[in-house]
Design a protein around this ligand. Structure first.
Ligand code: HEC
Length: 114
């Protein structure tokens, strides 16, 4: 009986230890590691030239008059026949970071990751 209790206590300690080890690992939420700039260059840049600072196959995105929500929706849901939906590629958090990236675009200034 005592042995079983000890066993359970040890198991609990190991489980707790394991959980603790995970808690103390460097907290780097996936969304922080998301390289918006590289993603934009490689995937969106084909149509949105110069990081969306110039019109190409797609419209210029810098200084767009659309609301943040409209930019978000276009990226997430796309537009049939014109732009793919990226909701299956990026999480909502990542899409908001892309919106932030677009909002930060300035002429003649190297775009930065938000
Ligand atoms: C195949 C070409 C193509 C690709 C690739 C593409 N887009 Fe587009 N995008 C378009 C076109 C065309 C439109 C205009 C559609 C419309 O009328 O809203 C557009 C519209 C948009 C808009 C709305 C602009 C506004 O002012 O409302 C946003 C935001 C946008 N794209 C972001 C992106 C992002 C971010 C990516 C990459 C993840 C991307 N696009 C990839 C072609 C593309």
């Amino acid at each position: 009986m005592i042995r079983r209790l000890l066993g359970a206590a040890m198991l609990a300690a190991v489980l707790a230890g394991g959980a603790h080890a995970q808690d103390s690992a460097p907290a780097t939420p996936a969304v922080k590691a998301f390289d918006v700039k590289a993603n934009f260059r490689n995937i969106c840049g084909f149509c949105h030239e110069d990081y969306g600072r110039h019109t190409g196959k797609g419209p210029q995105l810098m200084n767009s008059e659309s609301t943040d929500q409209a930019l978000f929706n276009r990226i997430k849901k796309g537009m049939p026949g014109r732009m793919a939906a990226f909701g299956g590629v990026y999480s909502d958090d990542q899409i908001w970071l892309i919106v932030k990236f677009i909002r930060n675009l300035k002429p003649g200034e190297e775009p930065q990751n938000p």
